[in-house]
Design a binder for this molecule. Structure first.
Ligand code: FES
Length: 164
């Protein structure tokens, strides 16, 4: 297997992560966590690279491990990771209008998870265990209770202004 697009990843950065964990097979999870911390997701080329650099592993094994654990994402994430709860309580109390308001504000097309500038990514999640606060959104671990379409737009606008 070859590296399909080496320009997408910084092999020097990956080498230094690999070295810091002794390039050991037993440290694969920790290595993947560190790579995800760097890129905010696990780029395909990084997984292939790691699979060719660690003795006793193959790119296919590294892919298998990365896709097995829910903590790893193979899709690019934005700087701001927005999660909209669509569990029953949140759904009943209006999570879909909030989700649609986010999609429209961020101009996300159908099926598009991350904005073109890489700032925001959006996903729906099941019950976050805070049903009393429904509908709930989480942005980078911060919980936003009782969301409305208008409130979420203000929050997004504030985050965007902070980037300008
Ligand atoms: S359904 Fe959304 S927090 Fe429980």
């Amino acid at each position: 297997m070859s590296i399909t697009n080496p320009h997408k990843i910084d092999t020097a950065k990956l080498d230094s992560i690999l070295e810091s964990y002794g390039s050991k097979k037993s440290n694969l999870i920790a290595i993947l966590q560190k790579v995800q911390e760097e890129y905010r997701y696990l780029p395909e080329d990084a997984l292939i690279y790691i699979g060719t650099k660690i003795e006793g592993l193959s790119p296919a094994t590294v892919f298998g491990v990365a896709t097995f654990y829910a903590q790893f994402s193979l899709d690019p994430k934005g700087k701001y990771e927005i999660k909209v709860c669509d569990g029953t309580a949140c759904h009943v109390r209006g999570s879909m209008p909030v989700l649609n308001a986010i999609k429209s504000y961020l101009k996300l097309k159908d099926g598009q998870m991350t904005t073109d500038d890489g700032l925001f990514s959006l996903e729906t999640v099941s019950c976050l265990g805070a049903c009393g606060l429904a509908p709930v959104c989480v942005i980078n671990e911060k919980v936003y209770p009782q969301m409305t379409s208008d409130a979420i737009k203000v929050i997004l606008e504030t985050l965007l202004n902070g980037e300008r």
